[in-house]
Design a protein around this ligand. Structure first.
Ligand code: MLT
Length: 404
């Protein structure tokens, strides 16, 4: 008799955003006349920019022609895209990353889950609390997190690093030594950031204790302050301890199109074994490559027109973030984030729990947000609103919240 992966049975409930999606669908079905505004999942609302659309059209036409048709993509991704990534995301910032250290993929969500394939099940992970749920869920699926303790809403074998108001929503170095450290800056869900010197402390710590940092930089395009690093490789010694995950979803609207990449420097070794080789082996076997049309679309993000147009989109969402921040502050809420990230993190009013506030907002203002407790125990009493809505809906939502 075949056996299932029983680790899946330990997972409490559904994936956070599936759970919310079901609740919202039920609410809409029961209230078909209500104008529900979603400021919940961080999904973009602006269309792909013209430079990207033009590149996609051109690539579609190429696929219609025997001379220019493309089948399987190269394992690591097309060189035209990896060169654009190397030159714009790294070389332009004074960081030297080689082409064969860049692995093009179908997005940072997949990579942040799949990267666990190259690590032993015996590793102990450390995560920020609250945290993007994919990191913990996928480690739980792999059997790396121990048992789920329902009363505490935490796993027995995970090092939680509380990110609270007292720490400016940044983690402190853990007392217990981890093997794998997940960091995400600008942060999802709190919208917080750390400075380059603070990130340097993490890099030094990881090198000292022999841990690897999985650094999720999906929100890098939203950085507005000078002392916030755009890539972990701006820090000295990061190449011997860090993997970086990047995405085209949030900066260029690829949430539906899917494109991302992971950087694994060749200096990153465990007992002399290069993680880069392991990931290349996995990538070659388990991934057919992001489609040619999508990789051409990604390349266009780095064209002069693409850069200008995607910058405008980021500015559009950051203007929404300001509308949310200012509106909520005026309404007496305590808010953070929203300056270097498209997420605003607010304290729930009147001692409401995160889920109570979710229900309150949905039923009384027809607004969908994300309960902070869904991201981890320290998120209880907090709530996340995303700036990825349309400007009009964002204004409308804030007016509704003010009049609650
Ligand atoms: C979020 O809302 O946290 C993100 O959009 C989810 C994701 O990027 O997968």
């Amino acid at each position: 008799m075949y056996k299932i992966n029983e680790n899946y049975l330990k997972l409490p409930g559904s994936y956070l955003f599936s759970n919310i999606g079901k609740k919202v669908a039920a609410y809409k079905e029961a209230n078909p006349d209500k104008d529900v505004i979603s400021l919940g999942i961080g999904d973009v609302t602006q269309p792909l920019c013209p430079a990207v659309i033009d590149a996609m059209h051109k690539a579609v036409d190429e696929m219609a022609n025997a001379e220019t048709f493309h089948g399987y993509a190269p394992d690591l991704g097309y060189e035209f895209l990896r060169s654009a990534i190397r030159d714009n995301d790294y070389k332009a910032r004074g960081v030297d990353i080689a082409l064969d250290e860049i692995f093009v993929s179908d997005g940072a969500k997949s990579d942040s889950g799949n990267i666990g394939d190259i690590f032993s099940v015996d590793n102990k992970i450390a995560v920020c609390d609250p945290v993007y749920p994919v990191y913990v869920d996928t480690n739980a699926m792999a059997g790396r997190t121990g048992e789920y303790i329902a009363e505490q809403e935490r796993w027995s074998n995970v090092i939680y690093m509380p990110c609270t108001k007292a720490t400016n929503f940044a983690p402190e170095l853990p007392k217990e030594t981890p093997d794998i450290i997940y960091l995400c800056f600008p942060n999802n869900p709190t919208g917080s950031t750390i400075t380059k010197s603070q990130l340097q402390e993490w890099v030094d710590y990881a090198n000292k204790v022999g841990a690897v940092i999985i650094y999720d930089a999906a929100y890098e395009a939203y950085i507005s302050e000078d002392d916030v690093p755009h890539t972990i490789y701006e820090c000295d010694g990061a190449k011997t301890c860090a993997i970086e995950l990047r995405s085209f979803s949030k900066n260029a609207g690829f949430t539906g199109t899917r494109l991302g990449f992971t950087v694994i420097p060749k200096e990153l070794k465990s007992n002399g074994v290069m993680l880069n080789s392991l990931w290349a082996r996995r990538h070659g076997t388990k991934f057919n490559g992001a489609p040619y049309i999508i990789q051409r679309a990604g390349e266009a993000v780095y064209s002069e027109a693409g850069k200008a147009q995607t910058k405008e989109q980021v500015a559009y969402y950051m203007n929404n973030a300001k509308v949310i921040m200012d509106g909520l502050k005026n309404a007496g809420f305590s808010v953070s984030g929203g300056v270097n990230a498209p997420y605003v993190w607010l304290e729930t009013p009147d001692g409401m729990s995160s889920w109570e506030f979710f229900d309150h907002l949905l039923t009384n203002a027809n607004i969908v947000g994300t309960p902070g407790s869904g991201f981890g125990p320290s998120g209880e009493g907090y709530f996340r609103l995303t700036a990825f809505g349309t400007y009009e809906n964002t204004l409308k939502a804030i007016e509704r919240i003010k009049s609650l």
